[in-house]
Design a protein around this ligand. Structure first.
Ligand code: GDP
Length: 196
């Protein structure tokens, strides 16, 4: 499996036409998105390579080249804005909502720190709701599972699903990962068609 950084878009009109199916990763800042992207691509510093300071509110595109074709991984900007971050929030919303309309988008990974899964925040639920209204499949990923024992992580997952069901959100499954312990990484890579 070959993976490489392609480009970044800071504005909706800069979103490139890449002609390959896309998997997007989205989550609150610090949820472990860069770490998971590196783990999925097997490249220690792929995500970091493009995230120089001041360039964080961008969509970063990576290509994964497999014998059966190319898959694009799109790293969406993190969210979690304080009351003072109104302009940042507006920019994020504009960019992300334009991105989510792309017909090449097949799958969205919604990442959430497992410690924040019970209960999820309003911003998380709002985003999940709007993702569910789109065409792409949505898979929540509970990250940093090593913060709990295996059985406690399962309880967190169940409670998270209960919170989603309480607001009428049904998901086909929830992935639980730890890059520290490599939990769930191989399974997720296989489920996404990224190979072994
Ligand atoms: P991003 O802001 O969403 O891209 O998050 P990062 O990937 O930069 O991770 C944020 C912090 O969480 C860093 O200190 C990581 O080392 C840590 N982190 C990420 N994944 C894991 C994990 O699976 N387990 C633990 N314990 N820490 C993690």
């Amino acid at each position: 499996m070959q993976s490489s950084y392609i480009t970044s878009a800071q504005r909706a009109h800069q979103l490139p036409d890449l002609g390959a199916p896309e998997i997007a990763m989205v989550g609150r800042s610090n949820c472990g998105k860069s770490s998971l992207l590196n783990a999925l691509t097997g490249r220690r510093n792929l995500a970091r390579a493009s995230s120089t300071p001041g360039r964080t509110q961008m969509v970063n595109f990576f290509a994964i080249d497999r014998p059966d074709g190319r898959i694009i991984l799109a790293d969406l900007p993190g969210y979690g804005f304080s009351a003072s971050g109104r302009e940042a929030r507006r920019h994020w919303q504009e960019l992300v909502s334009a991105y989510l309309k792309r017909p090449t988008l097949k799958q969205v990974l919604f990442l959430i720190d497992i410690r924040r899964a019970d209960p999820p925040g309003d911003e998380d639920l709002e985003l999940l709701n709007s993702l569910a209204a789109g065409r792409a499949a949505v898979l929540p990923v509970l990250t940093k599972a090593d913060k709990y024992s295996a059985s406690a992580a399962k309880v967190q997952m169940r409670k998270f699903i209960d919170h989603l069901e309480a607001i009428g959100l049904a998901v086909p499954g929830v992935a639980v990962t730890s890059v520290l312990k490599q939990t769930g990484i191989a399974d997720l890579r296989r489920d996404l068609g990224l190979g072994d």
